[in-house]
Design a protein around this ligand. Structure first.
Ligand code: ZN
Length: 208
């Protein structure tokens, strides 16, 4: 089971090497599967390998059509001058939210788990997520993209955000326990759990 490494770790500040498809150190499909499982468990929309201590240039992201997909050796090749400002979170820095300016549209190339090369054009949340993850793979953290003042403010409210999250998680756990008990009484399969979990992902709006 993969675990998030500590936010203070130097691993998060160090770009991992390219994934070598000629001489793969590990089965890329296994990496994709393990990262996808970890991302779902943590409740993010993107996760980079170095966030869980894997020393490969790859991240996973939730896509609209193909579920969670791995992007190996990604490179952003074009960015729009047009930018927007959005609140971002990061799985490596729980309870810390920052308004970050990023390009609205990007072009990027990557290899899939078979080593096939692709080019993708993205806008909106997808473009933002790829920029956040490529930053991770270049050893750059979203904190570094915010002004000192904004960062100080976010750090100040972090304990309050933490309390809010814990209260929310407790409410969700309580609701799940009730749903489970009811479904046991009705002797029906528990369909409620999955829906609640995906709701929580949306509400927490973690970029990765
Ligand atoms: Zn992140």
């Amino acid at each position: 089971m993969l675990e998030l490494i500590d936010e203070a770790s130097r691993v998060l500040r160090t770009p991992p090497p390219e994934f070598d498809f000629e001489n793969p150190p590990e089965d890329p499909k296994e990496i994709e599967k393990n990262l996808a499982t970890a991302m779902e468990q943590f409740g993010g929309i993107g996760l980079s390998a170095n966030q869980v201590g894997l020393n490969y240039r790859v991240f996973v992201m939730r896509t609209a059509d193909k579920g969670i997909v791995a992007f190996f050796n990604p490179e952003i090749t074009k960015v729009s001058q047009d930018t927007d400002l959005m609140k971002e979170g990061c799985l490596s820095f729980p309870d810390l939210y920052l308004m970050i300016k990023r390009s609205k549209e990007i072009e990027f190339k990557y290899q899939d788990a078979e080593g096939e090369e692709h080019t993708l054009y993205l806008n909106g949340l997808g473009a933002r997520c790829v920029q956040h993850e490529c930053d991770h793979l270049n050893g750059i953290l979203f904190l570094q993209r915010a002004s000192r003042l904004k960062l100080e403010r976010a750090l100040k409210v972090r304990p309050k955000e933490r309390r809010k999250r814990i209260e929310y998680e407790q409410r969700m756990a309580y609701a799940r326990a009730i749903a489970e008990r009811e479904s046991n009484q009705n002797a029906e399969p528990d369909n409620g759990t999955g829906i609640e979990e995906s709701d929580s992902v949306v509400q927490e709006s973690q970029a990765s």
